[in-house]
Design a protein around this ligand. Structure first.
Ligand code: 5GP
Ligand code: ZN
Length: 396
C-alpha cells in the first residue's frame, strides 16, 4: 500500500468537496481510498500497491484534471430548503450495520450487494405500504419493468454521457461451441472473486442492468401521442449504479430497489402532482417520526458534464431530495427524490400531447434500502424504541 498527497492546482470549494471526492473513486483502479481535507487544498489517496514515478505522475494529472473540470467557474448553488424536520427527537445514534450483520439481518455478498433478513424485509414493506398508498391517492396504474435495459435505450436519452461511471453491463457467452466448451471446462474465480475467462468469450454488449425505473415507462410510450394527454403510473424495481470504492453498507449499494410514482402530461400537471406528492409524504413522514429535510439538489453527473448540468438542475429546481438524518455521523442521506424532467423525455422519445408538443415528465422516487437504513440509524434495531405505527406493522 502507498499513500500520496496531491495539492490541487485550484482549491476545491466547500460545496464541491463531497462531489469531487466521490469522483476520485473512478480516476484509477489503484485508488482504494480518497480523502479531501476540510480546506479543499489537500487530497490524500491510498493506493492498492506502490506505483512507479511515471504512473504516479499520470495519476496526479488525472486527479488535477478532475478537480479543475469540476470546480473551475463553478457557482455555489443556492440550496432551497422546502421542509426541515431535522429536529425531530430520535433515540438512537449509532451505525446499526454491525448489529444487523450479527442478527443475520444483513449479509454482504460482494461490495454493494446485500441480502436482507425478515425484519429489514418487513420494515421495507412498511415503507412500501406508505408509498403504495401515495400512488393510490393519484390512482396510479401499476407496472412491472424488466431489470435489463437495452443499450440503445440509454443511448437515446444521453445516459452514456451523463452517468458513464455508474453503468453496469450485462453480457453472455458468445454463441460459439468452442467458447462455451472452454468456459465450461476452465471457468473459475481467483481469490478476489474475478472470473478467469478471456473477454473474447463474451458477446458484445446489447443490454445493461437498469439504473432507474421510470425510463422503461417512457420507452413504452415512445414515438406516439400519449393517450388522453396525461397519466400517472407506479412501479418498483431493481436499480444498479456502480459506485466503486464509494460502496458502503446500505448507504450506497450497487444493487438497490426503488419505488417510483411517475407523472406524465403537460408542465402544470407534472409540477402540481410533484408538489402534491411532496405534501402527502410530509404527512406520512411526520406520522413515522422521521428526522429529515427536503432540499433542492442535483444528480451525480460525471466529471465533464457535472458543472453545467448540476447548475441547470439547481437553477430550475428540477430535483428535490428527501435527506434523512444520520445521527451517528451528523450527516444526511438521500432516501428519495421529487424530480421534474421538463420535456426532456418527451422530446428525446417523441411522446406528444394532443396539441403535438412534447410531454413533460416527473417522478417521485424512494430508495427502499436507504429508507430502512436511515430509519434504523435514527431508531436502532430494538423495536421497543420504535414509533408505534412502525412496530405494529413489522411485529404485529
Ligand atoms: P435518484 O433518481 O434521485 O438518483 O435516486 C432516487 C433514490 O434512489 C435516492 O434518493 C436514493 O434513495 C436511492 N438511491 C440512489 N442511489 C443509491 C445508491 O447508490 N444506493 C442506495 N441504497 N440507494 C440509492
Ligand atoms: Zn424516475
Amino acid at each position: 500500500m502507498q499513500t500520496i498527497t496531491i495539492i490541487p492546482q485550484v482549491g476545491i470549494p466547500d460545496h464541491l468537496i463531497g462531489e469531487v471526492k466521490s469522483k476520485l473513486a473512478y480516476v484509477d483502479e489503484a485508488i482504494i481510498k480518497a480523502q479531501i481535507d476540510e480546506s479543499g487544498r489537500e487530497i490524500k489517496l491510498e493506493l492498492r500497491h506502490p506505483m512507479e514515478e511515471t504512473s504516479l505522475k499520470h495519476l496526479e494529472e488525472k486527479v488535477q484534471q478532475v478537480v479543475s473540470t469540476m470546480t473551475q467557474g463553478a457557482i455555489q448553488p443556492k440550496i432551497q430548503v422546502l421542509e426541515d424536520n431535522m429536529a425531530v427527537l430520535t433515540p438512537y445514534c449509532n451505525d446499526p450495520t454491525e448489529e444487523l450483520i450479527q442478527q443475520c439481518e444483513l449479509h454482504g455478498e460482494t461490495a454493494g450487494v446485500f441480502t436482507l433478513g425478515p425484519m429489514l424485509t418487513r420494515l421495507i414493506e412498511f415503507f412500501e405500504e406508505n408509498f403504495i398508498t401515495l400512488a393510490a391517492s393519484f390512482e396510479a396504474k401499476p407496472y412491472r419493468f424488466p431489470t435489463l435495459i437495452p443499450a440503445r435505450y440509454l443511448e437515446r436519452v444521453n445516459y452514456f454521457r451523463a452517468f458513464p461511471h455508474s453503468l453496469t453491463f450485462a453480457t453472455h457467452l458468445r454463441e460459439d461451441l468452442d467458447a462455451i466448451d472452454h468456459f465450461a471446462q476452465h471457468a473459475a474465480c481467483d481469490e478476489s472473486g474475478h472470473l478467469n475467462q478471456p473477454p473474447e468469450s463474451f458477446a458484445k454488449i446489447q443490454t445493461l442492468l437498469s439504473p432507474a425505473v421510470c425510463y422503461h415507462l417512457y420507452f413504452s410510450l415512445a414515438d406516439k401521442p400519449l393517450p388522453g394527454g396525461k397519466m400517472v403510473a407506479t412501479a418498483v424495481g431493481n436499480c444498479f449504479r456502480y459506485e466503486a470504492i464509494n460502496l458502503t453498507s446500505l448507504e450506497r449499494l450497487w444493487n438497490f430497489t426503488m419505488r417510483e410514482i411517475i407523472f406524465i402530461g403537460d408542465k402544470d400537471f407534472v409540477l402540481e402532482n410533484r408538489e402534491i406528492s411532496r405534501q402527502r409524504m410530509a404527512r406520512a413522514f411526520k406520522d413515522i417520526g422521521l428526522a429529515y429535510r427536503v432540499e433542492t439538489a442535483n444528480d451525480p453527473f460525471f466529471i465533464g458534464e457535472f458543472r453545467k448540468q448540476a447548475a441547470f438542475q439547481s437553477a430550475f429546481q428540477l430535483k428535490y431530495e428527501i435527506r434523512a438524518r444520520l445521527p451517528f455521523k451528523e450527516s444526511t442521506l438521500a432516501v428519495g427524490s421529487y424530480n421534474y424532467h421538463q420535456d426532456f423525455f418527451g422530446r428525446h422519445l417523441n411522446i406528444t400531447l394532443p396539441d403535438g408538443s412534447p410531454v413533460h415528465t416527473g417522478c417521485t422516487a424512494f430508495g427502499l434500502e436507504r429508507m430502512a437504513y436511515a430509519f434504523l440509524c435514527q431508531y436502532g434495531t430494538d423495536f421497543k424504541q420504535w414509533p408505534d405505527v412502525v412496530r405494529e406493522y413489522v411485529y404485529g
